[in-house]
Design a protein around this ligand. Structure first.
Ligand code: 26W
Length: 805
């Protein structure tokens, strides 16, 4: 868009008055933020309206991306950039004596997700808008996002994330587009004109109220929509009878019970058994979403028979898989379709992404629960299951009861959501090549056998606009200086940087920018934690959810090993290193929480030990979120991607670090493999077991952690230090971690990979000393990172899954 500085200043000053009732002199930071955000939204509005109008006219396929999580991050700066007016605003504010970054910082980030899956949904939304694909995000407007993490005495403590405490400047509430979602009750079956009719009775109604957030395409005048739904009571806000008797809690009980549906995001990245509220959230999302889609489709005047030609519904993991029976329900019960046609429309409309092979994250719902809360949906799932099992019987698996019950959607009184998603959709994709192969050859082998055409791979990607252009403006500008700005629209042209990988002047610039970003980070650490870190040390960062399979403990063991070596010989030539951790642990995940305590205890010991002459520092930065990630990625020298091979479906942090010039130390897991293939083995440090070896170990049960413990004295020392009082905690504090590794035989093969990890880390120590070589590696990583832009991924989804380009 076009706005000049004077116009902007006038608009801003007026906005302060109209929105906040203040003149600049009296306005505080919050006033300034809300005025600026509100003005930005006004600027966006025109494009938003036009985009919607165009989409309506164009008759193009509409993509609805259903996700229980969206981690969009702060929006002010990125919206200004997308509008192309960031510089003008910055200048204008400067004239008024204000600082854009200071104002932008005060924005509260909507933490509506746990990790990778939620951030992926946000990067995809950004890419769809930028590519001009009519894409809508559909999610829940949780009143409280993922908990805020505080570290107290080294432990994680959780606090509610009150991101809506003031107001959300970006959203527009649309009460008139609310829809009713029904829970409970019973279904009456009658017969009319030779057809069964299903009438849902005695249900409880909940209102789903939409809030729309603009998703601004990058300098293309397109604004897509993220629709977040909030639960409200249908009509009766409270009960006067109880109120008059002074029973206030009772009077408001219904309201709270209803609204609780959209109160809190489940802070867990594994499936929690039997959580009714979670089931209600999932149905609330899909029922309101699918109803609205069908309604708006009908308004277009086209026949519902053609629904799938104009609408794609994508489900982000199985969490929204009830979209399948819900669409069938609407088509049959409300629109009068017969089963066969409803089934065909549904299957052609829905596609599904699998994000994990971890058994504990595969959703299974208890039959009785679904029957009780979603009686009609249950009938439909039963029908799908019956027809599917018949199909198996009549085609491939005649007489093979075991196979059929293994593949059934309903078995052992449970509904397997992954099976439902596979049977009821036309496409199933994994999120990196290895992951997809494992799905096809192992986890979902039986389904791949009968539906090979449904399976495909879509390696994840990240928005290079947020993860380079926005979060590392200095790097972005040097890149543009050397290869021109075309990489912003076509990220693969970052490859042109390869020409300069040996150019000393360019490399020096890259070095200086890294130092600048490291200093910025070090200043934050000093201010917030009163810890001095050496900006000339290697910044080695592991930032992600805390989980055993991600193996933060392997990282810790290596640090302890280095520390032991230094204690033995304080003059040992170790390149100074700052080990930085960030990430949240699920509140109920004991070992993960102990891991946080372990990192902090180690930090306490090492950071205060004068004997090692500041050669090592260990930091745990609390409350990892998108905003912190935007500070961390640009400051990293080393990116830790050390999951047990086969366990990390893809990873996307790996891509963000690489794009900012960090060197990756990694197992050949998830997208690490594809990163390694791009940059070549000289530009990434690979260690550890290969997928085949890991699968074999699991199959034949050949890992024996005690043997390794006894054989490797370095490991034995480190492990004993967990429980012998070496760390400043009680002796049994880390017994749980210790036992999981020895008694429970180290499920994630930490001990098995330790030796090779140490070797890989030594290689890093050596390489970093060769500044010229290191910078060459760094440039090479940036150059190849364009391959991992979500623009490219989304293009593939659009062409190969949605049929939308
Ligand atoms: C049922 C609750 C629940 C919630 C979240 C179950 C499972 C999850 C996930 C496992 C969440 C997740 O974030 N998975 C990650 O998805 C990323 C995007 O595809 C991948 O890059 C990561 O490897 C994968 O762990």
């Amino acid at each position: 868009m076009r706005v000049n500085k004077d116009q902007f200043i006038e608009d801003f000053v007026n906005k302060l008055v109209s929105k906040r009732g203040k003149k600049i002199k009296e306005a505080n930071l919050l006033d300034k933020y809300y005025a600026l955000a509100s003005l930005t939204r006004d600027y966006i509005a025109e494009y938003w309206v036009n985009t919607n109008e165009r989409y309506l006219k164009d008759n193009k396929k509409q993509i609805y991306y259903f996700s229980m999580e969206f981690l969009i991050g702060k929006l002010l700066i990125s919206n200004l950039m997308s509008l192309g007016i960031k510089e003008v605003c910055e200048d204008g504010l400067k004239d008024l004596g204000l600082d854009l970054n200071e104002i932008a910082e005060i924005e509260k980030e909507p933490g509506l997700g746990n990790g990778g899956l939620g951030r992926l949904a946000a990067c995809f939304s950004d890419s769809m808008a930028t590519l001009g694909i009519p894409g809508y995000g559909v999610g829940i407007r949780y009143k409280y996002g993922l908990f805020q993490q505080k570290i107290m005495e080294g432990y994680q403590e959780e606090f509610p994330d009150q991101w809506l405490k003031y107001e959300n400047a970006w959203e527009i509430k649309r009460p008139s587009e609310s829809v009713e979602v029904k829970f409970g009750g019973n279904v009456i079956i009658t017969q009319k004109d030779n057809r069964l009719k299903f009438v849902h009775e005695n249900y409880e109604s909940i209102l789903a109220v939409p809030y729309d957030i603009p998703i601004v395409g990058y300098k293309n005048n397109i604004v897509n929509t993220l629709r977040l739904l909030s639960a409200e009571v249908m009509d009766k806000e409270f009960d006067y009878y109880h109120f008059n008797k002074g029973e206030y809690t009772k009077a408001f009980e219904d309201k709270y019970n209803t609204e609780a549906i959209s109160y809190v995001l489940y802070p867990d990245d594994s499936y929690e058994k039997g959580k009714i509220l979670r089931l209600k959230q999932e149905y609330f999302l899909v029922s309101s979403g699918v109803q609205s889609i069908v309604e708006s489709f009908k308004k277009s005047g086209k026949h519902l028979k053609e629904f799938y030609k104009y609408v794609s519904i994508h489900i982000n993991d199985t969490h929204p898989a009830l979209a399948i029976p819900e669409l069938i329900r609407i088509l049959i019960d409300e629109e009068g379709f017969g089963w066969d046609e409803a089934w065909k429309i549904t299957k052609h409309t829905i596609s599904y992404t699998n994000h994990t092979i971890m058994a504990e994250a595969l959703e299974k719902w208890n039959v009785d629960m679904i029957k009780k809360f979603l009686p009609r949906i249950f009938m439909i799932i039963e029908e799908i299951n019956e027809r599917f099992c018949k199909e198996l019987w009549n085609t491939k698996y005649n007489g093979d009861f075991d196979k059929i019950s293994e593949m059934a959607i309903i078995a052992d009184n449970q509904i397997k959501m992954a099976h439902l998603a596979i049977v009821g959709s036309h496409s199933i994709n994994g999120v990196a090549k290895l992951h997809t192969e494992i799905l096809k050859r192992k986890e979902l082998k039986e389904f791949y056998n009968i539906y090979p055409e449904k399976f495909n791979n879509k390696t994840n990607g990240i928005s290079h606009r947020r993860w380079l252009l926005k979060c590392n403006p200095k790097l972005a500008s040097v890149i543009s200086e050397y290869i021109g700005p075309s990489w912003i629209d076509s990220p693969e042209s970052l490859m042109n940087l390869l020409e300069f990988k040996k150019d000393p002047c360019f490399k020096e610039k890259i070095y200086k920018i890294k130092q600048y970003n490291k200093n910025k980070f070090a200043n934050m650490v000093k201010e917030k934690y009163s810890i001095e870190i050496n900006p000339n040390s290697i910044f080695d960062i592991q930032a992600k959810r805390i989980h055993e399979y991600k193996r933060q403990v392997l990282n810790v063991f290596h640090i302890m090993h280095l520390y032991n070596k230094l204690l033995e010989n304080p003059n040992l030539d170790i390149y100074p290193r700052t080990f930085i951790f960030a990430g949240k642990a699920a509140p109920g995940y004991y070992i993960a929480k102990e891991t946080i305590k372990l990192i902090n205890s180690l930090g306490k010991k090492i950071n205060n030990d004068y004997r090692i002459k500041d050669k090592l520092k260990v930091l745990f930065i609390e409350d990892y979120n998108i905003t912190l990630a935007e500070l961390l990625m640009p400051a990293a020298d080393v990116s830790e991607q050390i999951s047990t091979t086969t366990k990390e479906a893809s990873g996307t942090g790996n891509m963000k670090f690489m794009m900012n010039g960090a060197i990756t130390i990694a197992t050949l897991d998830g997208a690490n493999i594809e990163i390694a293939n791009e940059v070549g083995e000289d530009n990434i440090i690979i260690f550890g077991l290969k997928a085949k070896e890991v699968l074999e170990i699991y199959k034949n049960n050949t890992h024996n952690s005690i043997d390794i413990y006894n054989e490797d004295i370095r490991l034995k020392t480190v492990m004993d230090e967990l429980i012998n009082g070496f760390l400043p905690v009680s002796m049994d504090e880390f017994k749980g971690i210790y036992d999981s590794l020895l008694k429970d035989n180290d499920k994630y093969l930490v001990l098995k990979d330790f030796c090779d990890y140490v070797r890989a880390q030594e290689k890093i120590d050596k390489l970093y000393r060769n500044k010229s070589k290191w910078l060459e590696m760094s440039v090479t990583n940036i150059a190849y990172s364009g391959k991992f832009s979500s623009d490219k991924t989304i293009e593939e989804y659009a062409k190969e899954i949605w049929g939308a380009l």
